[in-house]
Structures are given as C-alpha cells and as structure tokens.
Design a protein around this ligand. Structure first.
Ligand code: KG4
Ligand code: ZN
Length: 339
C-alpha cells in the first residue's frame, strides 16, 4: 500500500495505490488545482501555484486516505514526485512526503515525474487489462517535455530524442493564448478545433519534420501562430477554429512523424503514449494508427491519468521504478542545542 504525492506543477495530488498482478490498482486519486487562478494570467505563475499548494497539501492527502479507507498504519511506503518540475511546487510535495515518511517511519520513494507519466499505462483498467509488452517506445508529451524514450525494461530507460526548444504542451498553451482561448491551452485548442474539419486557408510550419533525426522543435510553430493571428487581424469564429485545427494538426503530425522514425530504426512491441498532451483525441487516434501500421500494441492511459496525478507516481513506486528517498541522511549542519 503506497501513499503517493504529486506537486510538480500547479496541481497538488495525493493517491493511494497497491500492486495488483502485473499492474497497479488505484484506491484513491485526489487532486486540487489552482488552474482558475492561472487562467487569469494565461499560464502558470509558479509563485501563485506554490502558495496555493502549501494551503491544500495536507487536506488532499487526508482526503485520499479517507477515500481509500486506509489508516496510516496500513500505508507501507510514501512515494513522491521529486522532479522535473517547478522548484517551489516540488518543495512542498517533497518536504511533506519526507515529513510523513519520517514521522510514520515508512520507506520514502523518490519518483521521476516523467517516468510516472509513462507508468500510468500500468494502472489496471478493467477485467481484461494486462501489462504493456516491453520493450516499448514511450512518447511522453506534456507541458514541459516532448520526449521519445526507449523503455527496454522497467529499470532501463533511454532517451532517444525529443524537443530542442518548446514542448508540445507549451506550444498548445502559447498558441491558445495567442488565439484568445483559455488555459490550459491543449483542451481549449482541441475544443475549438472540433468545430471545423480543416485548417481552411491556414498552413502552419512543421519545424524539423523532414530532418533525418529525432529532434523535435515547436518554437517556430508557436511563433508562426502568433504571427498568423497578427496577420489575420480580427479573427471571426470560424477562422479562429480553423487556426486552432491547424495548430492541433501540426503538433500531431510532427509527433507522429518523429515516432515513426523510431519505428523504422527499432523494434518495440508497444507504443506507450503519456503525459498531459496524451489526452488529445487526435494524437491518440493517429498514434494508434501508427502502432497498427507497424503491427505493435498501442497503449495510452485513461484520460484522468494523462494529466498530472498522484496515482501514476504511486504506480511507479509500486512497480519499483524509484530511487530511495533520503530523509535518513541528515545534512551536515551545526545543530545548536539548549540543554
Ligand atoms: O502532464 P501535464 O499535466 O503537466 C506537465 O507535466 O507539464 O501536461 C500539461 C499539458 C498542458 O500544456 C496542457 O495544455 C496539455 O498538457 N494538455 C493537452 C490536452 N489536455 C492537456 N494538450 C492537448 N490536448 C489535450 N486534450
Ligand atoms: Zn506532468
């Protein structure tokens, strides 16, 4: 039984999971988000996020344990996302986890957030569920990452390629802002794009798509969207939808093309899609088609486990994908005592 904590970005998540066969069962997955506050600014304000997180972290943990109907004695380990992420936000989750592990005398597991995203694919989903086959190509797309990762086995991960500048999620978010759509940008663009079935007159660049390497780039695309909006002047609602459609399409096309390059070079048994952007319907569909074309399995987490959540961090802990936490190692400081 693992208590998991996730606070790398604007969310504060707590979950309770346990190992179930080849996968991981989720007993509770709770999150609080300061998303509405960031919507106001069109993006995340790290200081605002951290200040909100410190207020809610204990309540979120309490709620998760209540939902899972577990008491602290039943918790065996505490898993926490220790990076990558925003420093202020991370500190809150990590220090809370360290404190709980120390006071409760539990093992502390430090989980890499990106691996957590990928391992959300090991969360048991229905009776017919079975673990993904390895080796796999993991396409991890989030607000901060667009990585192509080779997962040889659960302990052997290798980054094959990825973005050299902006991440896919960042491109969605910045494009949404340019288009006057809300934050987070991914779902906003998707919703807008769903209203039409083409980009109309808009044609955006697909940077580096034809280069014979696994480098991904989205910053040129983002700039082109900003320019496109400026050039178009006042966008009526149809043209705004068309531009959103084209943004979605361009991002998906780049990700598919680069993933296909890996398929030509290596022989995975599975394509694992993961990260917040994996919630994108078009990306899910196209990545599924790519897997089918190459005769491999396609796996993507349930929507609720794509964007940041604690269950995936617990999953990594339950599957043994972590480094040992270090609350036992005391820092070398001069401790003054009064007696
Ligand atoms: O994994 P995540 O929750 O946080 C990070 O680790 O960054 O990913 C957040 C990103 C945001 O950029 C958001 O716009 C994007 O995931 N996202 C989507 C969708 N839902 C969330 N992008 C495209 N389509 C979606 N449906
Ligand atoms: Zn994430």
């Amino acid at each position: 039984m693992i208590l998991a904590i996730e606070s790398t970005c604007d969310e504060t998540g707590a979950g309770v999971v346990k190992r179930g066969g080849d996968g991981v069962e989720v007993l509770a997955n709770v999150k609080a988000s300061s998303e509405e506050l960031h919507t106001k600014y069109g993006g995340i304000v790290p200081e605002v996020a951290a200040r909100e997180q410190i207020k809610v972290v204990l309540a979120v943990i309490e709620e998760a344990m209540k939902k899972a109907e577990v008491k602290k004695d039943q918790i065996e380990k505490v898993a926490v996302s220790f990076g990558p992420g925003l420093m202020g936000s991370l500190l809150i989750g990590v220090e809370t986890a360290k404190s709980l592990a120390w006071v409760w005398e539990k093992e502390l597991l430090a989980v890499n957030h990106m691996k957590g995203h990928v391992l959300a694919n090991w969360i048991v989903d229905g009776d017919k569920w079975r673990a993904p086959l390895l080796p796999a190509l993991a396409v991890v797309v989030s607000g901060g990452h667009s990585d192509l990762i080779w997962v040889e086995d659960l302990q052997k991960w290798e980054k094959l390629g990825g973005t050299v500048d902006d991440a896919a999620g960042e491109c969605f978010d910045k494009s949404a802002r340019a288009l006057g759509l809300g934050y987070p940008g991914g779902p906003a663009i998707e919703k807008e794009a769903d209203k039409v079935d083409s980009g109309g007159e808009f044609k955006l660049p697909r940077p580096m798509i034809d280069q014979d390497n696994l480098k991904i780039s989205f910053s040129g695309l983002k700039t082109a969207v900003v320019r496109g909006v400026e050039k178009a002047g006042k966008l009526d609602s149809e043209r705004r939808s068309q531009l959103a459609w084209e943004v979605n399409e361009a991002i998906v096309e780049v990700l598919i093309k680069k993933s296909e390059k890996v398929m030509k070079e290596k022989e995975p048994k599975t394509i694992l899609l993961a990260g917040g952007v994996a919630a994108n319907k078009r990306l899910r569909k196209e990545m599924g088609k790519l897997a089918e074309k190459w005769g491999v399995e396609f796996r993507v987490p349930n929507f609720k486990y794509c964007t940041d959540n604690a269950a995936m961090i617990g999953a990594a802990g339950a599957l043994g994908v972590y480094t040992e936490g270090s609350w036992k190692q005391r820092p070398k400081v001069n401790l003054a005592t009064t007696e």
